[in-house]
Design a protein around this ligand. Sequence first.
Ligand code: NAP
Length: 245
Amino acid sequence: MSGTENQKYALVTGASRGIGAAIAHRLERDGFNVIGTATTEAGAQSISESLTRGRGVCLRVDEDNSVDELMTTLKADEQLPLILVNNAGITRDNLLMRMKPEEWNDIMNTNINSLYRMCKPLMRPMLKARWGRIVNLSSVVGRMGNPGQTNYVASKAAIEGFTRSLAIEIGYRGITVNSVAPGFIATDMTNELSEEQSSAMMERIPVGHLGSCDDIAGAVSFLVSDDAGYVTGITLPVNGGLHMS
Ligand code: NAP
């Protein structure tokens, strides 16, 4: 089966705001029926209202039950996606010296254990269809490192390794698995940076400005397209030249 015959549904986690919302809208513009997730009913409702054909659903990627419930709903509605964008992610910054166990564990559970929870059930319909696209959101700091973010950086580096391994496992079925590593993008996440941190960062970005959510959505749009069918296992940096590897 070719991608274009059966790539109707795309699932984007964390689509209520920021990068995930931009990805959801871009994929809808690309012609997919987008299912976007939020952690609250109100968030899911507002995704439904903002999409033309798609809808919002509730999901907590850090909870097994929540993923099971979503799978049950998608199966019942015959909306199993062949495109999965694992975008939901959080930060819990602290120097390692002061980092509490829950700050470490929350990050691992939400940012990396979620890939196991999501990819395992959701790749089944892709294997059956012999076509699929998985895109995982990493971060520039996954390769650069960043003080105060040992937990977050470890989770993002793990995402890139996961991406390469799964790409090797399921490439033979026409499924590509890639990561996108944003640099510093204007979202709620980067609003938390102090002015000092922001201006120090700006000096290191060759293109001289923060990225936009649409910059990341464009990269995801390419990776899920038929044009990218021979691209797998990569991490695509979208960082204005902040880090080149
Ligand atoms: P954001 O604005 O903070 O939005 C986070 C999204 O994830 C929201 O939709 C949120 O849902 C959802 N979410 C949070 N915890 C969740 C959970 N336990 N289960 C399910 N969904 C959850 O984040 P962002 O800046 O757009 O970042 C999106 C992705 O890009 C993340 O993976 C992040 O690590 C990565 N990234 C961002 C930047 C940046 O500069 N912003 C740079 C590099 C990488 P609710 O609205 O319901 O809370």
